[in-house]
Design a protein around this ligand. Structure first.
Ligand code: AMP
Length: 282
C-alpha cells in the first residue's frame, strides 16, 4: 500500500496521474476508518480512476483537548482496511507541520452564517479549523473532486462555501449517510462506545425517523418540544441540540414553505462521547 507523507510527493503523484489523463478524487478523513468512509471511497471510484484518502487528525478543529487526545488513531489498521483497493487508492498521512508549516493555527473565515448555528455554536472555532485544514489539503492534493459525507451535513455546506471563498478549482460532492443495520450512523467515535451504549445510541436514529414521519402534520415547535421530552426521559443520552433547519442555509425552521427542503439535526452525548446525526425530512 502506497503511503505518502509529504506534500511534495502527493503533488507529484496526482500530477503524474493527471498527465496520464486519469482523474483523481479525494476523501479527506481523520482515520479510524469504517464502512462510512468506504462508502465515500466507492462513490469516488465510480467517477475517478484514483482516490487519495487523507488520514490526518486535525488539531485546529478540536475545541476540546480531551476529545483531541482521545480521538482514535489506528493507522496500521486503516492501511489494511484500504489495502483491498490495491493501487486505486493512495493514502496521504502527513504530520501537522507538513500540512500547516510552523504555525499550526486556524485562519478566520466568514461562511455567511452557516458557521454560526448548531456545531458552530457548540464547538467554537471548529469550522475555522475545518476550513483551514481543507484549504491546505486541497492545495496540496489538487484533486478534481472531493467527497464528503452528509453525516456531517453542516460541514458539507461549509466546504462548498470554502471552495467559493478560496476560489479552488475542484468540485465538492456530498454522499449519503452510511448506517449500521440498526440505524446508528457509522462514526469513528462509535469505537469509544461500549456495546450497551452502541445499542442505546440507536435512539438518535429512532427519534429522527419519528420526526420525519410527523413532519407533514406537526409544527417545528411541537416537534422540538416532543424531542426534548423524549431525551429528558432517556437516562442514557443527553441532548445537546435538536434543530429543524432549511437544508440550503441551515436557518432554523419557523414556518414551512413550499419548494423548500428541510433537515433535522441532533447532537447528543452518550457518556462523554458526542454523537451527531441528521436526516432529510421532505
Ligand atoms: P471523519 O474521519 O469523521 O472526519 O470523516 C471523514 C469523512 O467521512 C467526512 O466527510 C464524513 O462526513 C464522512 N463520514 C463519516 N461517517 C460517515 C457515515 N456514517 N456515512 C457517510 N459519510 C461519513
Amino acid at each position: 500500500m502506497n503511503i505518502i507523507k509529504t506534500k511534495t510527493e502527493i503533488a507529484k503523484y496526482v500530477s503524474e496521474k493527471k498527465e496520464q489523463n486519469s482523474s483523481v478524487g479525494f476523501v479527506p478523513t481523520m482515520g479510524a476508518l469504517h464502512q462510512g468512509h468506504a462508502s465515500l471511497i466507492s462513490f469516488g471510484l465510480e467517477r475517478h480512476h484514483y482516490i487519495v484518502v487523507s488520514i490526518f487528525v486535525n488539531p485546529t478543529q478540536f475545541n476540546n483537548a480531551t476529545d483531541l487526545e482521545k480521538y482514535p488513531r489506528t493507522l496500521s489498521q486503516d492501511v489494511s482496511f484500504l489495502s483491498t483497493y490495491k493501487n486505486k487508492v493512495v493514502i496521504y498521512a502527513p504530520t501537522p507541520q507538513e500540512v500547516y508549516g510552523d504555525q499550526v493555527v486556524s485562519k478566520q473565515y466568514n461562511f455567511k452564517g452557516i458557521e454560526t448555528v448548531m456545531e458552530g455554536t457548540h464547538r467554537p472555532g471548529h469550522f475555522d479549523g475545518v476550513g483551514t485544514v481543507l484549504n491546505h489539503l486541497f492545495r496540496q492534493v489538487t484533486p478534481d473532486e472531493a467527497f464528503f459525507g452528509e453525516k456531517d451535513y453542516q460541514q458539507l455546506l461549509i466546504v462548498k462555501k470554502l471552495v467559493e471563498i478560496e476560489k479552488l478549482p475542484l468540485k465538492i460532492t456530498g454522499c449519503p449517510i452510511h448506517r449500521q443495520e440498526n440505524g446508528l450512523a457509522m462514526s469513528s467515535r462509535n469505537a469509544r462506545l461500549t456495546t450497551q451504549q452502541l445499542e442505546e445510541a440507536t435512539f438518535i436514529y429512532k427519534i429522527l425517523r419519528q420526526v420525519k414521519k410527523d413532519f407533514d402534520t406537526k409544527s417545528a415547535r411541537a416537534l422540538r418540544a416532543w424531542v426534548s421530552r423524549q431525551f429528558e426521559n432517556n437516562p442514557h443520552l443527553r441532548l445537546e441540540y435538536f434543530e429543524i433547519s432549511n437544508s440550503k442555509n441551515l436557518r432554523p425552521l419557523s414556518r414551512k414553505r413550499t419548494h423548500q427542503k428541510y433537515r433535522a439535526f441532533i447532537a447528543a452525548f452518550a457518556g462523554e462521547i458526542r454523537l451527531i446525526d441528521n436526516m432529510a425530512l421532505n
